[in-house]
Design a protein around this ligand. Sequence first.
Ligand SMILES: NC(=O)c1ccc[n+]([C@@H]2O[C@H](COP(=O)([O-])OP(=O)(O)OC[C@H]3O[C@@H](n4cnc5c(N)ncnc54)[C@H](OP(=O)(O)O)[C@@H]3O)[C@@H](O)[C@H]2O)c1
Length: 210
Amino acid sequence: MTTLIIGAHGQIGQLLIKTLVAEGETPRAMVRAEAQAQMVKDLGAEPVIADLEGDFQSALKGCDKVVFTAGSGAKTGPDKTILVDMWGAMKAVDAAKAAGVSQFVMVSSRGAEDPEAGPAKIKHYTVCKKLADDHLLRSGQPYTILRPGRLTNDAAEHKVTTQWPTEADNQWIPREDVALAIKHCLKTPATVGKVYPLFHGELSFREALS
Ligand SMILES: NC(=O)c1ccc[n+]([C@@H]2O[C@H](COP(=O)([O-])OP(=O)(O)OC[C@H]3O[C@@H](n4cnc5c(N)ncnc54)[C@H](OP(=O)(O)O)[C@@H]3O)[C@@H](O)[C@H]2O)c1
């Protein structure tokens, strides 16, 4: 199985490469620069240099699955949130469908289910994430959507929940657990066609994501 990771040089992306390599796989890692290509190669991935703002269809050639974990980040403006987090994700869905990919795993975000209900300061971001998710849901492309809470760099707990914690301060999850959840979804056909909120919790991946 060949999985393309879009956003492979990112924090979740690198953790996912390590997780899949530990399973004996060689994921394809989409990155934006030569130095990043060498870095993901050193982690055990097959690099491909491409940009979500350009034409990246060829990066999917021969791939069975796609994981979208790219993001423009907090240091760029709303223009990049539109071009990368929303439009880039929508283009990735279309590219996956054109390539006949069997599963598209979208790293979305808490709040994307209802941007109106969330804080105004992140509404632009959650609207973009929602529109990308909606595009995937309508596309006919087999999908799994993960909507993690606030990401932390804590070590994996290997315990998660899909139930929203009542306290906002408790709505977090380590990036490492998100990477493990993605791996679980890639290996578990029952997760196709599902949308999962994802927070740190008390359940195994198998119990929470079935
Ligand atoms: N931060 C949170 O609390 C939070 C909560 C829920 C969900 N999320 C979502 O989680 C995902 C990943 O999080 P993370 O912490 O791993 O993010 P990250 O470390 O910022 O990684 C994002 C990656 O996206 C890549 N990227 C940006 N623009 C691109 C483009 N035009 N073409 C190709 N790649 C591009 C970046 O490339 P470079 O390395 O070249 O910059 C980077 O490697 C994102 O989808 C984010 O929206 C975040």
